[in-house]
Design a protein around this ligand. Sequence first.
Ligand code: FDA
Length: 393
Amino acid sequence: MMKQFDVVVIGAGAAGLMCAARAGKHGRRVLLIDHAKAPGEKIRISGGGRCNFTNIHAGPGNYLSGNPHFAKSALSRYRPSDFIALVERHGIAWHEKTLGQLFCDGSAKQIVAMLIEECAAGGVENRFGTPVTGLERQEGGFRIDLEEETIRAAALVIATGGKSIPKMGATGFAYDVAAKFGVPVTETRAGLVPFTLDPALQASLQPLSGIGIASEIRCGKTRFREAMLITHRGLSGPAVLQISSFWQPGDEIAVAMLPETDLAAVLIDAKRENGRQAAVTALSTHLPKRLAQYFAEKAGAEKALADTPDKALHRLAASIQDWRLKPAGTEGYRTAEVTLGGVDTNALSSKTMEAKDVPGLFFIGECVDVTGWLGGYNFQWAWASGDAAAEAL
Ligand code: FDA
């Protein structure tokens, strides 16, 4: 027997849970399907286990998309304050860490539990651990085949996320569904992802592995000022993840370590005060010693400061504060926090997320070509796009 629902949501991640809960609360009969046994797995591991669930500064300017205006409508209707109110209604304690990023005081599992409770309150039915085996458009809606049953629904919401972290069950399902129904998809690539380096540079940086330092990283006209981490695989840390979303293969990046400090002035002053000391000694008052040694060696500035011309000191400072390099690539979807690109926003209503040419078919969350910066912006998009669709269902 075919079971009938008003709405089927495929994908019980951030966007799907939000959309199902809200549609359920609006009185719709909702079925939420996921091939994973547990819903909200990315929420659970997010923010180092504390879930950076929103950013109080979230606005359209914090997102990359083929159409930078697309996210405006949904983001303005479901705001960070709406999600904070929900979190507070559930008695979940939270704090602002930095740069408007809000985290749970306790565990990210509280956010998953909250969304599951919200779904239950809206009478949402679940099929978890259940792959979709077939999907067809039919008169007045859609037919969704599961292994042991067939479902009919007036509306179908695709919330299966992007390709990042396939080990956690990420698939290109949303893009396949889009293709099946003739909805265009823009090119996808890994975003918020560590850089890899060419083998010679990587080998030379090996002794610096584990060092984190405040940096400003620039690629073209975009720059981010946060921490950078040198790892045994390349470069990581928030500043690197941020800029990676703007980087294209072949692009050069410019790294300014300690952007708030004028290292050339530090070296020149140190030379005047005590010319017998080495550049490394002067730099080590500001930088980790291993890092100072690496750059001093590279710049050939290992003698006493008194014996090092000012020009060479300026060159040494520039090698640290205008370090130019071309990443070899990124770690790809294996470790990327998000997928850039996706379902083409030109084919969707920015108000409802419905496909313009396929009535009843909606795409929400990360599968859409809207990708946030690091810092709670991606969850805010998941909540806002999920809510926008739910309002229209
Ligand atoms: P999401 O990936 O959450 O959910 C998709 C769901 O669809 C999953 O449950 C999956 O199992 C299911 N699915 C996939 N294919 C399917 C198929 N074929 N059939 C059925 N179901 C299928 N963002 C942020 O704002 N703050 C943060 O702190 C973090 N931290 C973070 C850490 C890590 C390690 C990662 C990888 C990512 C983050 N993010 C983040 C990004 C954030 O997790 C991401 O943007 C959202 O989870 C996207 O929500 P969606 O609901 O669109 O996809």
